[in-house]
Design a protein around this ligand. Structure first.
Ligand SMILES: Nc1ncnc2c1ncn2[C@@H]1O[C@H](COP(=O)(O)OP(=O)(O)O)[C@@H](O)[C@H]1O
Ligand SMILES: N[C@@H](CC(=O)OP(=O)(O)O)C(=O)O
Length: 559
């Protein structure tokens, strides 16, 4: 075992570890238990024994039912409200968020918070920096000073006791010194390092709510049953999380109602028992997981934009809010790179059929985006344009003759063996083009060596052309109207001198993906946005009248 584990373990002598309540996981594959047998464990701490693949919906219902019996007079929790880093970036923002929460007296929310502002980025940079600076200088790096100053200023300005975070700040400094001494930063240590951000923001915010008379209780997600795989930096939530989280939050609420304030982004590896993270932006997933676990009425994710927009506002400032989306559209949009939602976050909401509302904490009056199972698609054409840059594309042509079966299976088995996921695919019998999921590559260290290895393996059966610096432009919308969409897309791109290198309209009913050069991508998105959303003729209302008057079939692509 690497000595760095000294620093990344949840250790009984540290503030983080004091709070561990699920340390005794079996190190082997967890047993599959029925909901009924888990239910029998309810007297004890079910998280100790029950890990994955439980039929959690029934159990969740049972936990809630028991709660209802026990909770005479206590009103149910109603919704989750998640606030991202930009929403809680300062004392002033925390005050505004507290006022916002309390301005909905009819709600009894669970609050999920991300780390303050850019804290996660600063922690990651701090970890990288101390690797080469020597342990005597580790406590003097700018990033640590920034984090300390931000958090201490925030507690001071909010008038809460600095002791709520002082142990974490000391421990963070010790951790950075440890990394500097060992000159080693494993993925596991990295997750432990970034967890300090959410652990501190939630402690400060809960203390502030208590100070202003709104009774609140802070929770570390890794203590209340967020059980994950041990894939550090991009862990998946295991099924056992749902009953465990439902039981803990519900029973605490019933016995002593206090607004729960939960760390976003964090979990606990089922084998390692170490802190894991759910991938960047993972607090959205924490919120939807809680929503499903407790069967809540609504999940709200509060951001710094007026909802999900027609494209990334940093690429094109004329992006507009999209009022309604289906879970499927939102999932595709997130998966294909819209930073606004975590790629996996729609899954629990869809499974639990819980509406998700994306709102702006800087502009609460804006209606935001409502994401539900179904919506009226009769007028929908294009909903949003998503850009994923710096993608690697592979052209693979079989060295065998036409008619050879098993070619595609062999190609995909190579990706499976190497643990690399594929995003967009276009195939014929003997050739295929595909793009590699960059998030899976980014989470590893030896990107170039890994790509070389993929090519080496594929070259045993095919001629391979590796093309880097490509972008995927995903058109999220009503694929039933694909001819209409594509007619316009190709016209716009042709006019702008952009060549499409690959196109894929897979099984998804909501997404068409185009691959273009990175250097042409932003320009293409702006031109497409202008044509679809700013010129009027493709807006849902305009189209409706055109359909009715029969004009749509002759609608000419604009240049
Ligand atoms: N289609 C889109 N709609 C809205 N925001 C988008 C979109 N694509 C990218 N973004 C970016 O996502 C940001 C919000 O996501 P994020 O920073 O993760 O929020 P938070 O940290 O508040 O959870 C916006 O500020 C915006 O720059
Ligand atoms: N703080 C983490 C988790 C997160 O969800 O953040 P945000 O909600 O600010 O995107 C991150 O920066 O990735």
């Amino acid at each position: 075992m690497s000595s760095s584990l000294q620093f990344c373990r949840i250790n009984a002598s540290t503030p983080h570890s004091d709070r561990n309540q699920i340390p005794n996981f079996s190190r082997t594959k967890p047993p599959e238990l029925s909901a009924a047998s888990i239910w029998k464990l309810r007297g004890g701490d079910c998280t100790r024994r029950v890990l994955s693949k439980v039929r959690c919906t029934k159990l969740t219902e049972a936990v809630v039912e028991e709660g209802v019996r026990e909770s005479e007079g206590v009103e149910e929790l109603t919704c989750v409200m998640k606030f991202g880093g930009s929403s809680v970036a300062s004392a002033e923002r925390m005050r505004e968020v507290a006022d916002l929460i309390l301005s909905f007296p009819e709600e009894r929310p669970i609050i999920v918070l991300s780390a303050m502002g850019k804290t996660t980025n600063k922690l990651l940079t701090a970890g990288e920096k101390v690797l080469s600076c020597g342990d005597s200088r580790a406590s003097k790096i700018d990033e640590l000073a920034f984090i300390k100053e931000l958090h201490l200023r925030t507690v001071r300005e909010l008038g809460v006791d600095a002791s709520v975070i002082s142990a974490h700040l000391d421990e963070l400094e010790q951790l950075l010194k440890g990394i500097a001494r060992l000159k080693e930063l494993t993925l596991r240590t990295r997750d432990y390092l970034v967890s300090f951000g959410e652990c501190m923001s939630t402690r400060i915010f809960a203390a502030y709510l208590n100070k202003i008379g709104a009774k609140a209780q802070q929770y570390d997600a890794f203590d209340i049953g967020f059980i994950t795989t041990d894939d550090f930096t991009s862990a998946d939530i295991l099924e056992a999380t749902y009953p465990a989280v439902a039981k803990r939050l519900h029973s605490d609420w019933i016995s002593d109602p206090a607004i729960p304030v939960v760390t976003g982004f964090l979990g606990k590896g089922w084998k390692s028992c170490a802190v894991t993270t759910l991938g960047r932006g993972g607090s959205d997933l924490t919120a939807t997981t809680i929503g499903k676990a407790l069967g809540l009425r609504e999940i709200q994710v509060w951001k710094d934009v007026d909802g999900v927009l027609t494209c990334d506002p940093t690429v094109h400032p004329r992006a507009e809010p999209v009022p309604y989306l289906t879970f499927e559209e939102a999932a595709e949009l997130a998966y294909f790179g819209a930073q606004v939602l975590h790629p996996q976050s729609m899954r629990p909401a869809r499974e639990g059929d819980i509406p998700v509302r994306v709102k702006n904490s800087y502009n609460p009056k804006a209606p935001g985006t409502l994401i539900t199972k179904n919506r009226d698609m009769s007028k929908a054409v294009l909903t949003s344009i998503v850009l994923k840059q710096n993608v690697t594309m592979l052209d693979i042509v079989s060295t065998r003759m036409l008619g050879q079966f098993g070619f595609l299976a062999r190609v995909f088995s190579i990706f499976e063996d190497l643990g690399i996921s594929v995003d967009v695919v276009a195939t014929s019998e003997v050739s295929l083009s595909l793009t590699l999921d960059p998030s899976k590559l980014w989470s590893r260290e030896l990107i170039q060596q890994e790509l070389d290895h993929v090519v080496e393996e594929l070259e045993k059966i095919a001629v391979v052309n590796l093309l880097q610096h490509r972008s995927i432009i995903s058109l999220i919308g009503n694929v039933q109207r694909s001819s209409l969409i594509l007619e316009k897309v190709f016209s716009v791109l042709r006019t702008n001198g952009v060549n499409v290198q690959m196109i894929s309209q897979g099984a998804s009913k909501v997404n068409i993906s185009l691959i273009v050069n990175d250097s042409e991508a932003e320009r293409s998105v702006r031109a497409l946005h202008h044509s679809f959303f700013e010129s009027g003729d493709m807006s849902e209302t305009e189209l409706d009248s055109k359909f009715q008057s029969g004009k749509v079939s002759t609608l000419k692509a604009e240049s």
